[in-house]
Design a protein around this ligand. Structure first.
Ligand SMILES: [Zn+2]
Length: 216
């Protein structure tokens, strides 16, 4: 049987009739509605082959690049990236000056906002009926690992994935107990590259500590 990866099928669609755009709109609005997000957000599939997504603070539009669709193994993984971007869009509208202040703060301390977006994306996904473990799977696949944390605007990928794992474990353990991604090669690779981090987290759980783990 010929297997066509659903996210790849999206790209084939996008070349014909804007099918990818329809699916992206639907996923985006499903997340917005399920989480009762009262801000207007729009979604756009860019024809650029970048493996990325971004949120424009001026008009709250989220752009999904076609390269990302190539890498995603499922629509759930695309939803995981979109949930992260929607969190940025919410920050860019909340607080002082209709969100402009938090936009400036995000520019000053981007890592803080990245962790916030990663965790909030887990909540958004669960509410919208998606499995949040997809966030770990897609991150492990697309986000490169820099040598040092201070080097980049985003935190170390292993640190991000471990933080998401801890958040799911703490808040939604059922997704790890009955983990549909457990045999996924990218999830398996996540387990491999975060072995030390998960050991640290295990010690935290065992000792009932509330201190945050210093992930590598
Ligand atoms: Zn981000």
């Amino acid at each position: 049987m010929l297997f066509i990866n659903p996210a790849f099928a999206l790209i084939l669609d996008s070349r014909k009739d804007g099918g990818a755009q329809q699916s992206i709109n639907e996923i985006g609005h499903k997340i917005l509605n399920a989480n009762e997000i009262p801000y207007k957000v729009t979604f756009e599939v860019s024809k650029k082959e970048d493996i990325n997504a971004c949120t424009h603070y001026r008009n709250n539009s989220i752009v999904i690049y076609r390269g990302l669709l190539l890498y995603a193994g499922s629509l759930e993984e695309v939803a995981a990236v979109m949930a992260h971007e929607i969190s940025h869009a919410v920050d860019y509208r909340q607080g002082a000056l209709k969100g402009y202040f938090s936009y400036l703060m995000a520019g000053l301390s981007p890592k803080k906002y990245e962790y916030k977006a990663d965790k909030r994306a887990v909540d958004y996904l669960v509410k919208a009926g998606y499995n949040p473990v997809a966030s770990i799977v897609i991150l492990n696949k697309i986000a490169p690992q820099h040598r040092y944390d201070w080097y980049a605007s985003h935190p170390l990928t292993t640190r991000r994935m471990s933080t998401i794992y801890e958040y799911i474990y703490t808040k939604y353990p059922q997704y790890l107990v009955d983990n549909k991604y457990k045999d996924d090669v990218y999830y398996q690779n996540f387990l491999l590259v975060t072995k030390e981090n998960r050991k640290k987290f295990e010690q935290k759980v065992k000792s009932n500590s509330t201190r945050s783990v210093n992930y590598l």
